[in-house]
Design a protein around this ligand. Sequence first.
Ligand code: BES
Ligand code: ZN
Length: 637
Amino acid sequence: MRFLAALSLILSVAALSACSPQNETAAVDGEPMVSPILTSDDAKDPFSYAQPEVARVTHVALDLALDFAQENVSGTATLDILAADGADTVILDTMGLIISSITDETGSDLPFELGEANDGMGAPLTVSMGRKRQIVIAYTSGPKARALQWLVPEQTAGGKHPYLLSQGQPTLNRTWIPTQDSPGIRQTWEAKITAPEPLTVVMSGLSGGDPVEADKGRRAFTFAMDKPVAPYLIAIAAGDIVFQPLGPRSGVWTEPVMLDKAAAELADTEKMIDAAEELYGEYRWGRYDMIVLPPSFPYGGMENPVMTFLTPTFIAGDRSLTGLVAHELAHSWSGNLVTNANWSDSWLNEGTTSYFENRIIEKLYGEKRASQERALNFAAMEETIAEKGSDSDITALHLTGDNAAPEGGTSGVIYDKGANFLHTVEAIVGREKFDEWLESWFDRHAFEPATSAMFLADLRKNLIKGDAALEAKLMLDEWVYEPGLPSNALRPDPAAFAEVDKAAEAYAASRTLDKAVWANWTSAERLRLLSKLPKQLPDEELAKLDRDLGLTASANNEILFVWLNLALQNRYEPAVQLAESFLATVGRRKFVAPLFKTLVEQDDWGKPIAKRIYAKTRSSYHSVTTGTVDAVVLDGK
Ligand code: BES
Ligand code: ZN
């Protein structure tokens, strides 16, 4: 059934038509799976040098050694190339890589040229492969490769061993893997990685089993991903980590001292996988393991296949922040199975996933929690749209120009507006029909790239089916291509926070808050209350809130973050110390960047504090975080 879709894609790849028998996402016995590429204009990736219609990478085999002293990886990457007849060069993406040689599979040198580097994209590597279709690149990652973060023992929970973690999305993997680093060019991969004992290595592929002894106190770990994935999904972590199973196909890796806490927080994982499968079909990746990383990890989570990467800051002790896990799990369908062809359509990954996340939360924890999380997200979205302007292009789902740049466009609107779009479609067509369609969309495009235009065309063909009244009601093009919020947007249920909003009004009017009521509230309710507090509060009120609600002592990092932000906005001195220790341990950009921004905005009071703290903490952050915070704290001041 997928054959026709695959075939139509193949036919448009005229240059590759000679290879068409291989160029489809069907597992031919014994042959690796090869996904089609899209060649329409809206599917082109301006942030990759690759010319996949001429020659494309279909498989990557890494053989790398981790060097914690030099903070680099070195070894070889062997690439299988699928090329048009007569094509004799292949262009790869690289950033800062030091290439020592490129050969064919017999070891004969192949000429290559490393082009001029551009700050955001790195440098094209053009390899003259002649008629050869396998190339072997011997290389070392450059100094400060941006995907990789090398932690000293003091930055880990155990404090005894170094640690390595990577973050590839969107365009960072070219700093440690020479391949075509574009989400529309899927590749299977395998890896052999050596690391010094006693470190353990995990990757976003299935493990080849126990490590084997390698030379000089090192061990070799092997991994394989036999399904074609977008290359941003190749990830690695290494450290003093241990594993605990959570269910038949799930488990968690983390440092020994974190294991019990992490496993307890993640105890619902297997149920989440079941819920996700009930919603949108079979989980197709085999295992679903997670690694709870040190707190310098720059994101909340990253959906690396078979090995979700997680910040430890989601551990609140009560599973109240496990929406993060539902989110990363949902990406196993929206993002990893069906992938945005380029970063203009990130909403296809993130918006669809945020919708799916909410459906998992509803199945697991009930409609009340799901509806509260929707309401929180809706309010955040409205605030961002108001801040950016409802006519600002950055509030569209399909992003263009600079807004689609991998580094920019981090407004977050695509998550919540994308989710709201799908909640709206669901409400209009009915849940049953919508779910059936969404599952069929994942099926039709499994292991393939997709664009907004394809998504809308598929909705029209398979869900709207020419019903003009329905088409008019849905306002599809406005949702995807226009800024702001369409008039048919599904509003959150006012009942979701009725009690909290009343308490917030009472507080605004009379500065009274019943702490017993707060004590019984959910995490979402508490966050809602905090978001509704007056923006300006005197020290005495802040002290009282902190005392009554136990904010400084909160084990919930989302609450702690909102509290710190409020306190710093009000130049509340007693919170500076906590802010400083928080910023010294947590490197999650979503928390770190706004706190520094708040400080910097407090001119004479906050700017020197921001500069003082950042001077101490900057070297402990991943490049994703410093990339944003440098512009806030250092630039032009
Ligand atoms: N895939 C994203 C992280 C990402 C997005 C990295 C874009 C680089 C570029 C991940 O799934 C994500 O969305 N993480 C969120 C958590 C989520 C619950 C909203 C985060 O890290 O905050
Ligand atoms: Zn996501």
